[in-house]
Ligand binder design. Sequence first.
Ligand SMILES: *Cc1c(COP(=O)(O)O)cnc(C)c1O
Length: 404
Amino acid sequence: MSPKKSYSLETELVFTKSGDQYNASVAPLYQSATFKQDSLSQMGEYDYTRSGNPTRTHLQNHLAKIMKAQSAFAVSSGMGCLDVITRLLKPGDEVIAGDDLYGGTHRLLTYLNKKGDLIAHHYDTTNTELIKSKITDKIKMIFLESPTNPLIKVVDVKSITEHAHKVNPDIVVVFDNTMMSPILMTPLELGVDIQYESATKYLNGHHDIMAGVIATRSTKLAEQLYYIINSTGCGLSPFDSWLLSRGLRTLAIRVERQQENCVRIAKFLHQIGFKVRYPGLKSHPQYELHSSMCRGYGAVLSFETGNIKLSEKIVESTDIFGIAVSFGCVNSLISMPCKMSHASIDKKTREEREFPEDLIRLCIGIENVDDLIDDLTKALLKSGAVKINDRDELYNAVGLQPKL
Ligand SMILES: *Cc1c(COP(=O)(O)O)cnc(C)c1O
């Protein structure tokens, strides 16, 4: 037999072989908690869905291919991934984590820290030399995320990971790839030991399930991760696995369109004069670093207005953009991180991390981009954020063709 051919990611996303007895075009849903055995001596491949289910296996095999992993595991949420991964540690183990992590990640690490389950050291992970100097043989795990959200800080994943493994080959470098998704970034190829992400976002893309995905190339880590998932029972349910398989197939085309829209909107806001954070803008201080690690920029941006009340007005004046946390869905969302997704980080910590309270986050969907820009324009005019008479004047100022 010829070696198994691997295709480009776009093709691999839609090309799956279900191995189904009836050759169903879509892998069937095994909505069953338990599996009957032929006899006491002849046990089948599956016995109980907490331990394994064919629908979940199908999804996991597909994910492993997409994430260039040896093993992938689907669990009940992105935070569920982190819960599983931190259970690899022993009480009192020291870890390094970013100081601009996802709010929920920060909450779980702080909780474990307070309980004495681990000792977390938070640093600015964009400062590669600082992080390198903090990696000693006491450190057991490193948590990285890039670009961070909503401050859009980029981390030099490869340099940090290489250095960590030089200090101690057993350090486990963990990377949260929720912001880029496997279509734009392959962290395992940059050397990280475990990659995880919230599949609630881009992977599923339709905001109808919560899910998380963990991937690794290490047989030893895979065995430990599986042991924990089976023990705690957080494996993704068959129905949600089936839905995630369905969402996954359109990942490439969704992200392509979302990103195209986002680039346009980032430029629009930048031209008006807002301070825009988006790794796809050449003005981003780490544009080069980001581009060296990723195949694109994603579809999340944030911008500052200079005034909290003004930001609130803008957020409340849009029509197409829904006011909601989360991102990665086909529809566009707008939010104020300080009041929503990042409210779990206390005000003092936010100040220390220079987190602008007026920051607005946009998560761009697949709508018609002119409609989105129109919607934002109306909100900017209504809120008084731009001192201009009407839409045509604003469009003229930034060189856009008004939509008829
Ligand atoms: C949403 C998110 C998570 C948590 O995922 P859930 O599926 O909501 O539990 C973790 N990391 C990042 C970067 C996220 O955006």
